[in-house]
Write a protein that binds this ligand. Sequence first.
Ligand code: BTN
Length: 241
Amino acid sequence: KNIVALQEVDSTNEEAKRQAQCGAPDGSVFLAERQTGGKGRLGRTWESPAGTGIWFSVLLRPSLVPSEISSITLLAGIAVCRGIRSVTGCAAKLKWPNDVVIGSRKVCGILTEMAAEIERVEYVVLGIGINANTEAFPAKLAEKATSLRIEAGSAFPRAAILRAVLKELESLLLNAKAGSAFQEILDEYKFLCVSLNRRVGFFWNGEQQTGMAVDVSPSGELIVERDGGGRISINAGEVVV
Ligand code: BTN
């Protein structure tokens, strides 16, 4: 397997994309002790100091069309939850679309990027950042963020968590490739998803709105019954539970 471990890089997603252009194979993993330009979703930055986090990206070359990529994002969230649960026993869940939370606080973020033409996906980069052994967060973040160490009360070897997540990801991807049981994956996602059957706030049609999250569609959209009436699907942006 192609696993590249770096002491420091701008962003493992950027490194994965650069290596993808140079022909790195499907399944390559890019891991960094520290990122100087870690990226979050929606153009945010992602704090990536050395020592406590697990910052990595997985390069995939799936034979999918662009609209099918959201299934890979759902899959990645499930793999992280399973991996965290198996090593730490923490009840990791998912906040739609793909924040991994313990209780109401975020322990991991996932940033999916892809290069595609209209008909064909060239590659997908799954960027995963897990707050593993952070002892405490600055007051401003502490309300929203947590770490495995804070939740479990003890530190974990980062390699064990990485290995468990990669193992789960590989088995989910192999099953998906074999065409087996997409319904099962969707059911597991919904089971883990804390946003469902909750009131959510979201930005839609240029306005801030509220409603009840009632389902997740096979393509990973959140289905919401708007307070203003009508059922809509949301496929990007920020949802606040
Ligand atoms: C989010 O906003 O929740 C997504 C955060 C994703 C962070 C990870 S860390 C490894 C990879 N490299 C990056 O620059 N971002 C992702």
